[in-house]
Design a protein around this ligand. Sequence first.
Ligand SMILES: NC(=O)c1ccc[n+]([C@@H]2O[C@H](COP(=O)([O-])OP(=O)(O)OC[C@H]3O[C@@H](n4cnc5c(N)ncnc54)[C@H](O)[C@@H]3O)[C@@H](O)[C@H]2O)c1
Length: 253
Amino acid sequence: MFELKNKVALITGARRGMGKSHALALAKQGAKVVITDINQEECQAAADEIKSMGGEAAAFKMDVANAAEVNQVFDEVVKQFGRVDILVNNAGIYQPKPALEITEEEWNRMIDINLKGEFLCAQRAAKEMVKNKWGRIINISSIDSGGVGIGLAGGAHYAASKGGVVGMTEVMATEWAQLGITVNAIAPGAIDTPMIAAAQIPEEAMKQMIAGIPVGRIGRSEEISAAVVFLASEEASYVTGATIYIDGGWLAA
Ligand SMILES: NC(=O)c1ccc[n+]([C@@H]2O[C@H](COP(=O)([O-])OP(=O)(O)OC[C@H]3O[C@@H](n4cnc5c(N)ncnc54)[C@H](O)[C@@H]3O)[C@@H](O)[C@H]2O)c1
């Protein structure tokens, strides 16, 4: 099960954190992985790591908020690999700030990267996937996206972007089901990555957050990658339009 041999998977924001973990996990299942992010050298390092483990990988600098760059990279990937089968729309920024202080520029940057970026990549990927009548699009949202009782202070712009991802996922799933493309979202809880480290959550606040998570700890990237592999696989053919919350029980408690 979950065999991905000969599939071509493009992962955004994959130089580090969860994106890199997703790339490694997909490569272990046999997929050829395309590592993309804002920094070419770090993408190349991640691709080299996968190659050293016997996988096939390529690296491209791609800013997801830049439509021209997205198109150019997809063109190049299709030239090199002939197809795109799997897209993991993982790139994102967090940068918490009280709603009273968020500037228009900060709002626009958050929406441009976290929401428009996922749209641009999904649309471009789907144009390739329809050619083979097969595709898997996995959009990364967050439990901080509205509708589930989590309104984390400092994330008005972030939650707006991640809530938009859930709505967009449902519509794309509906429109593209007959084209052989499934579109799903994963909404992680708190996961141990450089993003969480950069947020510099005070120790007491972190303790309080963990106290509300039944599993009693924050998650590991690989625990999200397992769901990415499942959604990318043939076995997930009847899963589309879903948002899978992976949060150690946070929402259930
Ligand atoms: N860590 C968490 O607790 C958590 C929880 C829920 C959702 N998420 C989401 O998971 C995804 C991965 O985050 P992470 O925790 O691994 O953080 P991370 O900061 O380690 O990874 C995010 C990656 O996105 C890249 N990126 C930023 N702007 C970009 C752009 N314009 N174009 C291309 N790439 C860009 C960064 O360079 C970075 O490599 C993000 O979408 C994030 O919002 C994270």
